[in-house]
Write a protein that binds this ligand. Structure first.
Ligand code: SIN
Length: 335
């Protein structure tokens, strides 16, 4: 209690883990399109938002400086280990992670599965480089720090703040390649909104995450190989046959509610090998459930609301933790 009172009366201290992305991008002054991601330090972005000092003292740590399309499993493990170190550090109250927007949702979902943390963890990024006219990164970073400094954001799993909106790391999806308001969550709706540095929460995430996730332990050294088969009209079924032979798991990015052609159905129905097949939908709303029509023998596991790329991550963690088929089915209901 004494410790809590002391924390409430002192200025908050937030750790900022930088990984690169457009938020740290630079290019032709004033232009939004021509730039290189991950070239500036967080320190240089902070110089344009001096008022951030009123919110919190910052501790900066750079894990990598990359376009997020190049984020590796080693980078993700380095983010996990930095965040868990800050969790153990009593002088740190919350954690912000700056990241490119292209794969932000994948890192957010992965961290939501594996971080053993209860302190607020808030990811952010930007659609315009720091050198663009009206860059969005400084405000996003300011609001991410404000949210991470708010104890109401504790035990909420990984959150993300972009464009005045608070998203759950489980649900957010990049839906626009140009606009600064580039993210959506579909049916669940946002966790809340920001107005300047003020936090308005609407609801809390329902699914398992972070400190009560079964994956919030060290990442296994050898991870299962899982890839995505994108279904479209006239998809080549031989490509799926090849993937089933080659990978430990395949996620079908199905049409509609996780559907596919009768040729693909035949391959799946007759498949008896060890590869685990997940049936996801390539649509951003709705869900893929068990399908007595497309998969009467239940050879596949439905991903429900998870996108194919998030289902890939959950399957990889499940297979790498030696989950049985029944446990894998449960994972897709619990996460
Ligand atoms: C990236 O994801 O690193 C580049 C694109 C962005 O941050 O918006």
């Amino acid at each position: 209690m004494e410790h809590e009172n002391a924390v409430m009366s002192r200025k908050k201290r937030i750790a900022v883990i930088a990984t690169g992305g457009t938020i740290a991008g630079s290019g032709k002054i004033g232009e939004a399109g021509l730039y290189k991601a991950g070239t500036l330090s967080v320190q240089s972005i902070l110089s344009s938002i001096p008022q951030i000092e009123e919110l919190a003292d910052l501790h900066l740590e750079t894990v990598c400086s990359k376009d997020s399309n190049d984020i590796s499993m080693e980078d993700l493990c380095a983010i996990k280990s930095a965040a868990e170190r800050f969790e153990q550090d009593p002088s740190i109250d919350g954690i912000v992670i700056t990241h490119g927007t292209d794969t932000l949702e994948e890192t957010a979902f992965f961290l939501n599965l594996v971080l053993n943390v209860t302190k607020p963890v808030v990811m952010t990024g930007a659609m315009r480089p720091a050198t663009a006219a009206s860059a969005d990164g400084p405000m996003n970073l300011y609001q991410a720090v404000a949210l991470a400094a708010d104890c109401k954001a504790a035990k909420m799993g990984v959150l993300a703040v972009l464009s005045d909106t608070i998203y759950s790391g489980r649900d957010l999806t990049k839906v626009n390649s140009i606009k600064t308001d580039a993210f959506e969550v579909g049916d669940p709706g946002p966790i809340g909104y920001m107005q300047d540095g003020r936090v308005y929460l609407i609801h809390s995430p329902y699914r398992r995450h972070t400190f009560y996730s079964r994956f919030s332990c060290p990442i296994p050294e050898k991870l299962a190989s899982v890839e995505i088969f994108y279904v479209h009209a006239q998809s080549d079924p031989e490509l799926l046959r090849y993937m089933l032979e080659r990978y430990d798991g395949v996620v079908l990015a199905g049409s509609g509610s996780g559907n596919y052609s009768s040729e693909i159905e035949d391959i799946i129905e007759s498949y008896e090998g060890p590869c685990t097949i997940i049936r996801a939908s390539r649509l951003i709303e709705g869900a893929a459930f068990d399908s007595p029509v497309f998969d009467p023998k239940e050879k596949t596991i439905p991903a429900h609301r998870l996108s194919p790329h998030k289902a890939r991550i959950l399957l990889q963690m499940g297979l790498s933790s030696s989950c049985s088929k029944e446990e894998l089915r449960r994972l897709f209901l619990e996460y």
